[in-house]
Design a binder for this molecule. Structure first.
Ligand code: G3D
Ligand code: MG
Length: 181
């Protein structure tokens, strides 16, 4: 197993408590879903290498350091510290709870303020496997368009969309970094 990589990015996962941040990260980094997650205390991170194709014959290895930040308000004072130095983010809401969608704007503000600039994000509509969906795809797409970010529907339970999230973000970050250099 090779541990070499071409790019390293810190990525933060943010959104209200219980939207599935830990489930999404666990599904992506370990490939399974479980129902006995401990509520994230403070923060934890996972590391995963992904290959991104840059042309028909070339690809680059991107190492993602994915920070799973606790969404509960009692951790608010700590979060800016975890956000700092992030190259990108994954903004998650739960399609079965409207409140988690309504507060997205506040999460954006908190993140950009801590990082000191806008960084590429992916909007994730999670828990699409649930029958009691209340936030429609059109609403999520509209928010994503307004903020110039891709919109991805996911289920940490079935695995739908999970790889897409990180692939999409990794690709954007590689393109951005390549333009900067
Ligand atoms: P958080 O890290 O954003 O706080 P968690 O959220 O990952 O801890 O998930 C909160 C609850 O939602 C967990 O339920 C978890 O199993 C569930 N969950 C996360 N993603 C999905 C999904 O895509 N589909 C469904 N159906 N459930 C999901 P429990 O009951 O374990 O607390
Ligand atoms: Mg969590």
């Amino acid at each position: 197993m090779s541990s070499s990589y071409d790019f390293l990015f810190k990525v933060v996962v943010l959104g209200e408590g219980a939207v599935g941040k830990t489930a999404v990260v666990t599904r992506f980094s370990h490939g399974f879903f479980r129902t006995d997650y401990k509520t994230t205390i403070g923060s934890q991170f996972a590391v995963k290498n992904i290959d991104i194709r840059t042309s028909a014959s070339e690809s680059v290895t991107v190492k993602l350091q994915i920070w799973d930040v606790a969404g509960q308000s009692r951790f608010q004072i700590l979060r800016p510290m975890y956000y700092r130095g992030s190259s990108g983010g994954v903004l998650v809401y739960d399609v079965s709870r409207r409140r988690t969608f309504i507060v997205l704007e506040e999460w954006l503000e908190e993140l950009f303020k801590a990082v000191g600039k806008k960084i590429p994000l992916v909007l994730v509509a999670n828990k699409t496997d649930l029958p009691d969906r209340v936030v429609e795809p059109s609403e999520g797409k509209e928010f994503a368009e307004k903020h110039n970010m891709p919109y991805i529907e996911s289920s940490a339970k079935t695995g739908e969309g999970i790889v897409d999230i990180f692939d999409n973000l990794g690709r954007t970050l590689v393109q951005k970094r390549s333009h900067e250099n």
